[in-house]
Design a protein around this ligand. Structure first.
Ligand code: FRU
Length: 310
């Protein structure tokens, strides 16, 4: 990374949705009628949350995803604007935005998400190619929409080859292993979810790094990406292309109040540590653990600003 690249904004590519959050003392029993403790709604979605946390940590950040002209979406746009998260490249649709119904159970600390996305359109390579990539130092993707996302990544690879500048590519890999695997190849960093590991039957974070690395090398990647695997309350591990493996212990939260978006906060903490502060891999993953743990002490994301470094 050059000095010039480090100071450049991060571009987060993916979805923004409305999260309707209900806070309950315990997870509700099916077919009962009860009151919640409290509730609120906020802008959500993986790349959208990563943008929010990068912003509160003090990083320059733009979001690239499909925006909606519907009335319901206006508040999300206002929130993006208020936080100085750039959206100038985003296409717009008349369709209603996706939303998630979220239950935060206070006794167990769980967050249960039911996501509703009625074929909401996604951004395409045609939209992406209009972006002046020289503005960015890092582009972060959600693992979705493989054909279009692959082409977007390829544009960055070509940019890196032709411009002498290097834009870092990261991927948040949470779903659909077989379909999304090919998105890992052009990446510098892949953050692989515990939930997807358990779907694959991979029992430990170390196994997960090793199985994923083996699957990638079987497919013949020239330089495999760094694999990072957050493992909930057990901390996180990472494996680099030379085979160096690190285990980073967790930070114990003071209290477990709101685990919604803890993974997205981890992701943002990692990007911030690596891109803005140029920390080495283990240091950046350690900070990501700290951000994820701090996030769950309180509702929402603004308090993460307490971890912001000068
Ligand atoms: C949390 C989150 C929520 C959103 C859901 C989408 O990681 O981004 O904000 O509702 O996941 O799957």
């Amino acid at each position: 990374m050059t000095e010039e690249t480090v100071g450049k904004p991060v571009l987060c590519v993916g979805c923004t949705v409305i999260d309707f959050v209900t806070i309950t003392s315990s997870y509700p029993k099916e077919d009962t009628d009860r009151r919640c403790l409290d509730g609120f709604w906020q802008r959500g979605g993986n790349a959208s949350n990563v943008s929010t946390v990068l912003g509160v940590l003090g990083s320059k950040v733009d979001f690239f995803g499909m925006l909606s002209r519907s009335d319901a979406f206006r508040v999300l746009l206002e929130d993006l604007r208020r936080r100085n998260i750039g959206t100038s490249h985003c296409p717009q649709t008349d369709k209603d935005p996706p939303f998630s119904s979220v239950i935060l159970a206070q006794d167990s600390g769980t967050r249960t998400i039911i996501h509703c996305n009625k074929n909401y359109p996604q951004v395409t390579w045609e939209d992406f190619k209009k972006i002046d990539l020289t503005r960015y130092g890092w582009v972060h993707f959600e693992a979705r929409n493989v054909a279009e996302t692959s082409r977007m990544m390829q544009s960055i690879v070509e940019h890196n080859r032709n411009s002498g500048e290097r834009i870092i590519i990261s991927l948040d890999f949470e779903t659909l292993y077989e379909q999304n695997l090919k998105l890992c190849y052009p990446c510098d960093y892949v953050v692989f979810s515990k939930e997807l590991a358990s779907q694959k039957g991979w029992k430990s974070p170390k196994d997960t790094c090793e199985f994923l690395a083996a699957n990638l090398s079987l497919q013949g990647t020239l330089k495999p990406p760094v694999i990072i695997c957050p493992w909930g309350s057990a901390g996180a591990v990472c494996l680099d292309a030379s085979g160096n493996y690190h285990e980073l212990p967790p930070y114990k939260p003071k209290q477990v109040v709101d685990t919604l978006g803890a993974g997205d906060s981890f992701m943002a903490g990692f990007i911030y540590g690596t891109h803005v502060h140029k920390w080495d891999l283990a240091e950046a993953v350690d900070f990501a653990n700290r951000v994820a743990s701090h996030k769950i002490n309180k509702f929402g994301y603004d308090h993460i600003g307490e971890l912001r470094l000068a």
